[in-house]
Design a protein around this ligand. Structure first.
Ligand SMILES: C[S@@+](CC[C@H](N)C(=O)[O-])C[C@H]1O[C@@H](n2cnc3c(N)ncnc32)[C@H](O)[C@@H]1O
Length: 311
């Protein structure tokens, strides 16, 4: 396992936003290197405190076990449970553990440093590797499956929507032409098939991001988790979400404003807004000081909401 699994973004602001209750029940749906989970555990200072940490990548759990063996895990009063699962099954797992209400939920979306730094996982164009990109290594569909089987139209849509690549159509066309000659199976095959020159590294990063989002159905999982979180949160409970690209941020923003996936704000007869949330943080960004030491925090946006107590 690598030295630094992940550096959590906006750690202080996120934990402050959650306002951890010392005996509360919390869920961190994106455990990663456990930085946010550890901070929540440190706030659970009274008996009865519980934290459930989800990650669909088993390597996150293996890393947590190493942290424990090294004595780097809080040993307070709270209980901690790791759930090796996609967070889209949040509701089912909470039912399984007999949890009917939670005081807070944290989601720090996307991938960890570990994913980018592990050459063989295929998340980065910096390394030669099989074109994989699965966060859950037991999932069936890899990035190579998508690149070699989707229609040109579908590839163009993904590149435009998830990678915000204005030249998504041209890239999809290049890829389809290249795969007609030889299957695209490795990261370097994709780079060369896309015809994006190596010096346009931002564009390559966006191409890889777009595929990663599709491979892991990141937006589908996020939608399901948001609905489950809304229903599980106790009145006064907090939800804190860190997003890293505009599409997921828009989804979270609209959901927290409206309480539903359509983003439709409902009003009662008197014109009072019926959303279940009060907004606490509306897209806060990392400080320049943090970005200087953790450049990935540059694109992070923190949104926090509290479940209303008056509905
Ligand atoms: C940005 S990292 C989280 C870092 C973490 N907050 C920390 O302090 O180290 C995101 C993590 O969430 C996991 N993840 C992403 N989407 C997931 C999903 N739908 N279900 C479960 N885990 C997911 C990834 O495997 C990754 O380890």
């Amino acid at each position: 396992m690598d030295e630094v699994y992940h550096i959590p973004a906006m750690l202080h602001e996120t934990i402050a936003g959650l306002a951890v209750k010392p005996a509360g029940t919390y869920v961190d749906v994106t455990f990663g290197g456990g930085g946010h989970s550890r901070a929540i555990m440190n706030g659970l200072t009274q008996d009865g405190g519980r934290l459930f940490s989800f990650d669909q990548d088993i390597e996150a759990f293996q890393n947590a076990q190493l942290q424990m063996a090294d004595g780097k895990w809080p040993t307070g009063n709270a209980s901690w449970t790791f759930v090796h699962s996609n967070f889209r099954y949040l509701r089912n797992w909470m039912d399984y553990y007999g949890v009917t209400a939670i005081d807070g939920l944290l989601a720090d979306l996307g991938v960890s440093f570990h994913h980018f730094d592990c050459p063989e996982r295929g998340f980065s164009f910096r390394f030669s590797a099989p074109l994989d990109m699965r966060m859950n290594q037991t999932a069936k569909r890899t990035a190579a499956d998508i690149v070699n089987s989707y229609s040109e139209e579908d590839l163009a849509r993904i590149f435009y929507l998830y990678g915000e690549l204005n030249n998504g159509r041209a890239i999809a066309k290049n890829i389809c032409r290249a795969r007609g000659q030889k299957a695209i199976l490795r990261t370097e095959d994709l780079v060369s098939a896309s015809h994006i020159p190596a010096e346009r590294s931002k564009e390559l990063a966006r191409l890889f991001q777009a595929l990663r989002i599709e491979v892991n159905d990141e937006l589908g999982a996020l939608r399901e988790m948001l609905v489950a979180a809304r229903d599980l949160l106790a009145p006064g409970g907090r939800i804190a979400i860190l997003t890293y690209h505009s599409l997921e941020d828009r989804l979270v923003k609209n959901f927290l404003r409206s309480g539903n996936l359509d983003g439709t704000i409902e009003k009662d007869f008197y014109g009072n807004i019926l959303t279940p949330f009060t907004l606490i943080e509306k897209g806060r960004e990392a400080t320049p000081e943090e970005v200087a030491v953790n450049p990935r925090a540059r694109s992070a946006k923190l949104r926090v909401a509290e479940k209303r107590t008056d509905l």
